[in-house]
Design a protein around this ligand. Structure first.
Ligand SMILES: *Cc1c(COP(=O)(O)O)cnc(C)c1O
Length: 391
């Protein structure tokens, strides 16, 4: 069966993914079972998506209940789950309005459109430049690629959308310079650069950046696609930094395993969109939104405290261990700089029944927010063992 699935995949699926030799057949919580019945501890959560693990019963019930009512209605009609979710998101962030889409890239596209329209309405079309950080990742559409500050993602696909510039994290003077000719509409950041190697931004820089944005009426967009929804031990990572963004985009873990993106608009730009300015056929799908309502309800203070506690356990276990050079990240978003190549560590962990990710030259861990302590301890001991054994 493995051979068959792998061969069919190779024959019929566009070759964009280098997959691990595992067919994910089923699972429960933080354990995934492959086609041969081999089990793995899931330290990747489908890249930070399955917030409460595989086939979680509360999540499943929320999805099945909504499925049995109505699975889709289009945005021509009202549905209940998407308004409930929007209300929850606004009440918990202080943001004012939500636009729903289906992915992180789309959530960022909407953020970019909102920022451009805000600036154009107020200052004219010349004010359209969006500044993003070097080493950032904002998605794979041509516009979000343009926003992504890593040239190797761009090379094969030029020309990209115009009007994006990048600057180094920490370099506020670069931003001030970019703003001199009055064309800067917005700045977009990830508080913890995920794909860039799980690198948290320096708090002082983030606060100065936020102050600059406020003073200059340049919108601050925080991309919480990976960092959001409890991942870092707060509901959104910006909450660690004591800042208030103008726009927040999120996706990945929001739906707990169903596709859903959300763009949260703050007071400045809550009214920026009118009928027809933006849209999405599937956006705000009632099943995805019902799933997200059930996810968000569970991300309360005790859960977040557990995320932070599990995070401390990981840092304490791995920092200074043999073969480990550094541990970075926030909450259950962890990057590990290993002596061995990260890809080799991940392959050896997989052999030993632990699924990990990479991010650039790091091993990356994004376990479910509710991973049981014993399961987490077992996985971390495998990671440690693999890191300490020489090639
Ligand atoms: C994954 C990710 C995206 C893209 O999300 P998709 O759902 O794959 O479009 C955008 N920004 C960040 C920070 C991400 O981690």
């Amino acid at each position: 069966m493995t051979m068959n699935i792998r061969e069919l995949d190779k024959q019929y699926i566009a070759g964009t993914y280098k997959r691990f030799p595992v067919v994910a057949m089923s699972g429960k919580g933080s354990v995934i079972t492959d086609e041969n019945g081999k089990t793995y501890i899931d330290m990747g959560s489908g890249i930070g998506v399955t917030s409460f693990g595989i086939a979680d019963e509360i999540w499943q019930k929320a999805v099945c209940d909504q499925l049995s009512r109505i699975q889709h209605a289009s945005n021509l009609y009202y549905t209940e789950p998407c308004v409930t979710l929007a209300q929850m998101l606004c009440q918990r962030t202080g943001m004012k309005k939500v636009f729903f889409s289906n992915s992180g890239a789309e959530a960022n596209e909407c953020a970019i459109k909102a920022a451009r329209k805000y600036a154009a309405d107020k200052y004219g079309n010349d004010r359209h430049v969006i500044a993003t950080l070097r080493n950032s990742f904002h998605g794979r559409t041509l516009t979000t690629l343009a926003a992504t500050g890593q040239a190797h993602y761009h090379e094969l696909f030029t020309p990209l959308t115009e009007g994006f510039v990048s600057f180094d994290a920490g370099d506020l003077s670069a931003v001030e310079k970019l703003n001199e000719n009055g064309t800067l509409a917005a700045i977009m950041i990830e508080c913890v650069q995920g794909e860039g190697g799980v690198i948290p931004l320096e708090p002082g820089f983030v606060r100065r950046l936020a102050a600059f944005c406020q003073k200059s009426d340049v919108l601050l967009i925080v991309d919480e696609v990976q960092t959001g929804n409890g991942r870092t031990g707060k509901l959104y990572a910006y909450m660690h930094y004591g800042i208030v963004p103008d726009i927040v985009s999120t996706a990945k873990g929001l739906g707990g395993g169903l596709p859903l993106g959300a763009t949260l608009l703050g007071p400045k730009c809550e009214s920026v969109f009118s009928y027809g300015d933006h849209g999405s056929t599937f956006g705000g799908n009632p099943v995805s939104c019902a799933a997200a309502v059930s996810v968000l309800k569970r991300i309360d203070e005790p859960l977040l405290e557990n995320v932070r506690r599990k995070s401390r356990f990981i840092f304490d276990s791995l920092s200074g261990a043999d073969g480990i050079e550094a541990v970075s990240g926030l909450g259950l978003m962890i990057g590990i700089k290993t002596k061995k190549a990260a890809s080799q560590v991940v392959n050896e962990c997989l052999e030993k029944g632990v699924l990990c990710l990479t991010a650039k030259d790091k091993v990356r861990l994004l376990p479910a927010l509710n991973i049981p302590d014993e399961t987490l301890a077992a996985a971390i001991s495998v990671v440690k063992e693999v890191c300490q054994n020489g090639e």
